[in-house]
Design a protein around this ligand. Structure first.
Ligand SMILES: NC(=O)c1ccc[n+]([C@@H]2O[C@H](COP(=O)([O-])OP(=O)(O)OC[C@H]3O[C@@H](n4cnc5c(N)ncnc54)[C@H](OP(=O)(O)O)[C@@H]3O)[C@@H](O)[C@H]2O)c1
Length: 288
């Protein structure tokens, strides 16, 4: 069985290696396939423009493309044009995969005073990034309706992990500032995000259409920063007098992973404490 990973970067590669370990053939589509490690067969594609002929035995498709920059144009090129082109290519090549999993984001939810958010919460994105992702999610659901392909939307929280050290660097350099208003941050370690992709794409039971992919603990940003400072032997970061437009802190919502948990998924890093300890210990690499 062949697994196709469209947009095979850090997360896609980690998932791909895990699929390969389970014995699947894995193809990674990207503009620089030469960066892919052994175990993933690279195929050159600029998904915003088109998709090469695909092998007939593709049973699982993972769409994990990321935008080149934070502009609406780049988001539309990656998420809308990219997904459109993949779905068109599957039709063109008469391939009906068993499952297509689209990696989305909790940015599709509005920031809501610390309220609990799950798959039943209406999507009300406040920024263009979330709006484009909702459009892409709907595109996948619409295009698979009435077919034998099961669509899965995985809405990931903020990914952290090997090589994703922005927050650590901020704490180390003394630039970290704890938001004035307590705000929750919904996170997931890169390895758990990759494990979720493999789990949802291969589990025996029929999947739901949407899953929220965050760890067990929607932590307060200040607690994460204080924890990092303590682990690094640095002074506790100061707290902002007031939040400003340029430093508003992350959005305040608490995402629930209950639906994912109910599928039997187990976290390697249930909270930021285990996850950041592994990062600080140098475990793993960020795939190029
Ligand atoms: N970062 C977060 O906190 C976060 C949170 C929620 C969800 N997500 C989602 O997680 C997913 C994976 O993120 P990641 O960290 O693995 O990103 P990444 O390392 O940047 O990987 C994305 C890959 O997409 C490929 N790509 C981009 N445009 C392409 C195009 N036009 N044609 C073909 N390939 C293209 C890039 O490879 P080439 O340059 O070689 O083409 C890149 O390696 C994304 O869908 C992102 O939206 C991320």
């Amino acid at each position: 069985m062949t697994v196709l990973i469209a947009g095979c970067g850090d997360l896609g590669t980690e998932a791909g290696l895990r699929f390969a370990e389970l014995g699947h053939d894995v193809i990674g589509l990207r503009r620089s396939p030469e960066k892919l490690p052994a175990g993933i067969r690279g195929m050159h594609a600029d998904l915003s423009r088109g998709v090469p002929i695909l092998p007939a035995d593709v049973k699982i498709v993972i769409v994990s493309i990321a935008a080149d920059s934070s502009t609406e144009e780049a988001y539309r090129a990656a998420y809308i044009d990219g997904l459109h082109n993949i779905l068109d290519a599957l039709d063109r090549d008469s391939i009906e995969p068993r499952r297509i999993l689209f990696v989305s984001s909790t940015a599709v939810y509005k920031d809501s005073d610390g309220a609990v958010v799950d798959e039943t919460t209406p999507t009300e994105p406040t920024r263009f990034s979330g709006k484009v992702l909702v459009e892409a999610e709907n595109l996948l659901l619409a295009r698979t309706r009435g077919t034998r392909t099961q669509p899965i939307v995985l809405r990931l929280g903020g990914i952290y992990g090997p090589g994703r050290t922005r927050l650590i660097s901020q704490v180390l350099s003394g630039q970290a500032v704890i938001p004035a208003q307590p705000r929750h941050t919904n996170r997931v370690h890169r390895d758990d995000a990759a494990a979720m992709i493999v789990h949802l794409a291969t589990m025996e039971q029929d999947p739901d259409q949407v899953y929220v992919g965050v760890d067990d603990h929607a932590a307060e940003m200040g607690d994460v920063m204080r924890f990092l400072a303590l682990e690094l032997g640095n002074p506790e970061p100061p707290t902002a007098v007031e939040d400003t437009a340029s430093n508003p802190g992350p959005g305040d919502k608490r995402c629930s992973n209950q639906r994912l948990r109910e599928t039997g998924f187990e976290f390697a890093f249930p909270t930021y404490v285990e996850g950041y300890r592994a990062v600080l210990a140098g475990q793993g690499i960020r795939h190029p």
